[in-house]
Design a protein around this ligand. Structure first.
Ligand code: ADP
Ligand code: MG
Length: 694
């Protein structure tokens, strides 16, 4: 039996290790840096580095790496060994404070969105002491920030840390006004639920589309999909269960609080949710989780797909970003308490979020924009591309009462009665869940559900923290000079609800009526990534991020460019993969099939008489083959057309309009071909084989 408490965090240089291995003054100096952001002294760094190295070597590590999160959305690492040659021709294991604090990876191969040219290759990584170092595959991994020679941010961690500091400060101002403990610090917390698919490695290896693009570019519907709804929360199969067990253990070793696992709606789809943590840690841990998910799958002869829409016609995978604000004394500022109607502090934070989301719909939307997620947002399985907030009946009624100056009649909690005496009775929640909302209040936190499974949660949280902090800042400015504090709070509540109630929607977000209603309310509907991303660099947004020193204008420009470019590249790879599959395998296979049918027709005509089956199918296959041939030729031509464009935004829009749309046409023809072609000729495993073979 594994001893879980002992296993947990065994590969993390955590507080316990630091405490026991560092001299008291060093430990305290480091804690100061971690908690109060004080600059780290080189002498302290040297001692921390030595202790870290000893610990790492004891745990089998031979190398160290600065582990960072460039704008690719995945993590990067460059490994150096601890060895240092000695005079006698031997080596010793060494690691200095300087090596711990600063690294110098070549920055020129990471996307920078024009922030630096290849000849300005220098980039720096610097230790983020607020996130613990850990061991992965025999290397001591040091979480770091990544920036260019001239100081521009090249990663996803630095702005996140800045945004956390910002919201901590602004929320602190509000708390102080409510007479709270002046020393309490505020942090945002996040729990990221992660969905994924597991498929058999042998099947995966036969699908170039999965290998190159992470999703299937073809595949007709299997006879059984998810219509019986028998997979969600269903009993977990042995092979999957073995995978999940090992995944949990690997994550626990890394200090990731993996908590919940279950089957999801689609066949072969599953979910993992951790216990929430500080945003920075939750972000690092989600990156690690995705990485470990893939790695553990290999050991089970499985492949973990994190793409948002690996299979058409089957639910895609999302990521739910559960977000809240708490004090270090354990008070959740989004907790309504028993009487939310009288809880002014809670209501103030609540309306701050409402205002932030309504005023910055574009930013939240674009934080979930990617080529992969475009297949998901707005389909009837995921939130639409329209932002709205679900509050539930109780809070909505409270806000209505505030807006109209009318008394609030508390909704009574009904007793739950299952009609069976042996079942324990409990009080029902006052509001049901709403699974269709992109931004739902779920008891004491908001759940942002637009994110796709492959995303880093960093960008969404940078945005959430910044937009909420901006509103809190505005509230604090007013309240700090108010003569009658309580009256001013109430005035702010009323004004804010009146101005931003349009963002509240408790109904079915998947319905057609909502799209029309949202348009009437003037809410944004940015359907695709090329439509959403340019909002990054709107005047207001540049000003907002500049004002709070999260991003400089060039940094925003660069982020927008990197994302647009990555969208275009993804579609380009998909289109090239499609061309290769169609031209080299699908068309020849269909041609062989039709030819064999024709031979059969001839043979039959000479003996038993012409066969209707062969005749019909040969005609259909031939017609569809020709149509497919022409369609992929058009696709190839359109791909050539990209070369005439230079502007990133135009290029992305072109890929969306002129490439993706033709790919969709080619897919439909191919899927029709697959349904009528003899299985023996079809070059790839079917959806049925991919989805039901584990
Ligand atoms: P569901 O599937 O119903 O959406 P889960 O229980 O799977 O919910 O996941 C809820 C997530 O929310 C978990 O990761 C949990 O740790 C997280 N969570 C709970 N409280 C907070 C909080 N105060 N701040 C951030 N995340 C939270
Ligand atoms: Mg959820």
């Amino acid at each position: 039996m594994t001893n879980i408490p002992e296993l947990f965090g065994s590969l993390v240089f955590n507080d316990t290790e630091m405490h026991s291995r560092l001299p008291k003054e060093v430990y305290e100096a480091l804690k100061h840096t971690m908690e109060d952001g004080e600059a780290l002294d080189l002498n302290v760094a040297n001692q921390v580095a030595a202790a870290m190295k000893d610990w790492a070597v004891e745990h089998g590590a031979t190398h160290y790496t600065h582990w960072f999160q460039p704008m690719t959305g995945i993590t990067a690492e460059k490994h150096d060994s601890f060895i240092v040659p000695t005079a006698d021709g031997k080596v010793l294991m060494d690691f200095s404070g300087k090596e711990l604090i600063k690294g110098e990876p070549d920055a020129s191969s990471f996307p920078s969105g024009g922030l630096r040219s290849t000849f300005e290759a220098r980039g720096y990584t610097s230790w983020d002491p607020t996130s613990y170092a850990f061991i992965k595959d025999g290397s001591l991994c040091i979480p770091t920030a990544f920036y260019s020679y001239s100081g521009e941010v090249l990663d996803k961690k630095t702005p996140l840390l800045r945004s956390m500091k910002l919201i901590s400060h602004q929320a602190g101002r509000i708390l102080k006004l409510f007479g709270e403990d002046a020393d309490a610090t505020v942090t945002t917390t996040v729990g990221a639920e992660q969905e994924y698919f597991l498929i058999d490695k042998e099947m995966y290896d036969k699908r170039p589309d999965l290998i190159y693009t992470g999703r299937t570019l073809f595949g007709c519907k299997p006879p059984k999909g998810q219509e019986l709804e028998d997979h969600y929360f269903g009993a977990i199969k042995t092979r999957v269960s073995a995978y999940m067990k090992e995944l949990d253990e690997e994550l626990w070793k890394l200090g990731v609080l993996a908590k919940t696992k279950h089957n999801e709606a689609a066949p072969s789809q599953h979910e993992l949710a951790p216990i929430f943590a500080t945003t920075n840690i939750a972000t690092d841990h989600n990156q690690l989780t995705m990485e470990v998910m893939k790695k553990v799958a290999e050991r089970h002869n499985l492949v973990c797909l994190l793409h948002e829409k690996p299979f058409a016609g089957v639910n895609g995978s999302g990521k739910h970003n559960n977000w809240s604000i708490s004090t270090n004394t354990g008070v959740n500022l989004l907790s309504p308490g028993k009487y939310p109607e009288n809880n002014l502090r809670f209501l103030l934070f609540l309306v701050a979020v409402l205002k932030a989301v309504d005023s910055h719909q574009d930013l939240l939307r674009l934080s979930a924009a990617s080529a992969g997620n475009d297949h998901r947002l707005g389909a009837s399985e995921a939130p639409p591309a329209i932002m709205s907030v679900f509050l539930g009946d109780e809070l909505t009624a409270i806000l209505e009462a505030i807006e109209t100056d009318s008394p609030y009649h508390k909704i009574k909690k009904e007793k739950m009665d299952g009609g069976v005496d042996v079942l324990p009775q409990f009080r029902k929640d006052t509001t049901d869940r709403n699974r269709t909302s992109p931004f739902a209040f779920t008891g004491n936190k908001f759940e942002f559900r637009m994110l796709g499974s492959a995303f880093s949660i960093s960008c969404s949280n940078i945005i959430l923290n910044t937009i909420v902090a901006d509103v809190l800042c505005e509230f604090a400015d007013r309240l700090e000079v108010a003569k009658d504090f309580e009256r001013e709070v109430k005035a702010i509540l009323k004004e804010t609800v009146t101005a931003h109630k349009r963002i509240i929607f408790n109904g079915n977000n998947y319905s057609e009526e909502w799209v029309a209603e949202a348009e009437k309310r003037g809410l944004l509907n940015l359907r695709t990534t090329p439509e959403a991303l340019p909002h990054y660099i709107s005047e207001e947004n540049i000003e907002l991020f500049g004002k709070h020193k999260i991003y400089s204008p060039v940094e925003m420009q660069s982020r927008c460019e990197v994302l647009l470019d990555s969208y275009s590249k993804v579609i380009n790879i998909e289109a090239l993969t499609m061309l290769e599959m169609v031209r080299k395998e699908i068309l020849p296979a269909c041609s062989r099939f039709a030819n064999d049918l024709c031979i059969s027709i001839q043979n039959k005509a000479a003996t038993v008489g012409a066969g209707a089956y062969e005749m019909e199918v040969a005609k259909q296959v031939t017609a569809l083959t020709d149509e497919l041939y022409l369609t992929v030729n058009r696709l190839a031509e359109n791909l050539e057309g990209v070369k005439d464009l230079t502007d990133g935004k135009e290029i992305a829009q072109y890929y969306c309009d002129k490439v993706l749309s033709v790919m969709q046409e080619a897919r439909e023809i191919t899927d029709n071909l697959e349904t009528i072609t003899d299985k023996a000729y079809w070059p790839y495993p079917s959806y049925g084989e991919l989805l039901f073979s584990v």
